[in-house]
Design a protein around this ligand. Structure first.
Ligand code: CUA
Length: 162
């Protein structure tokens, strides 16, 4: 039995398959080229003890290379530790952040940084600061326990690029 398919119907069938193939290639490219993936066990920690263990038992700024730094930070109700980070112009800073209590958000003004900080997970984001100045950061998640988010608005700090 042979089935007759109209010419235009056939073209649209081809186009539909082409779109699916293109999307599948885009997914593969996002994994292979851009390294985008779901959270893995690698970044899981126990929020009850994480601040007693390295590196979070000693938060601060650490030089890791030529004008490269790691900022180890703890987000908790309702402060960032540290809440001021000073680096030279052009510094590449990897922020390594965790939370021992509730979900916080890390947003740095005038950068692309906008990340969640989730208890039990380690958040890592990297940014190069080419322009000198002050980059204020805030917690952008309305954080706290039920009906007690009184300190959320005071959870801010800054990166100073000299
Ligand atoms: Cu932490 Cu809002």
């Amino acid at each position: 039995m042979s089935m007759h398919v109209e010419r235009w119907e056939r073209y649209f069938l081809y186009a539909s398959v082409a779109v699916l193939v293109a999307f599948f290639i885009a997914i593969l490219a996002s994994i292979g080229e851009a390294g985008i993936h779901l959270p893995t066990d690698e970044a899981q920690v126990d929020p009850n003890v994480v601040v007693t263990q390295a590196p979070f038992d000693n938060p601060g700024l650490f030089e890791t290379g030529d004008n490269q730094y790691e900022a180890v930070m703890v987000a908790r109700m309702w402060q960032w530790t540290p809440d001021e980070i000073v680096v030279p112009e052009g510094a590449e800073v990897t922020f390594t952040i965790t939370s021992p209590d509730v979900i916080h958000g890390f947003l740095v003004n005038n950068t692309a940084i906008n990340a969640m900080v989730i208890p039990g997970q380690i958040t890592k984001v990297t940014q190069t600061f080419d322009e000198p100045g002050e980059y204020k950061f805030v917690c952008h998640e309305f954080c706290g326990l039920a009906n007690e988010q009184v300190g959320h608005h005071s959870m801010f700090g800054k990166v100073v690029v000299e």
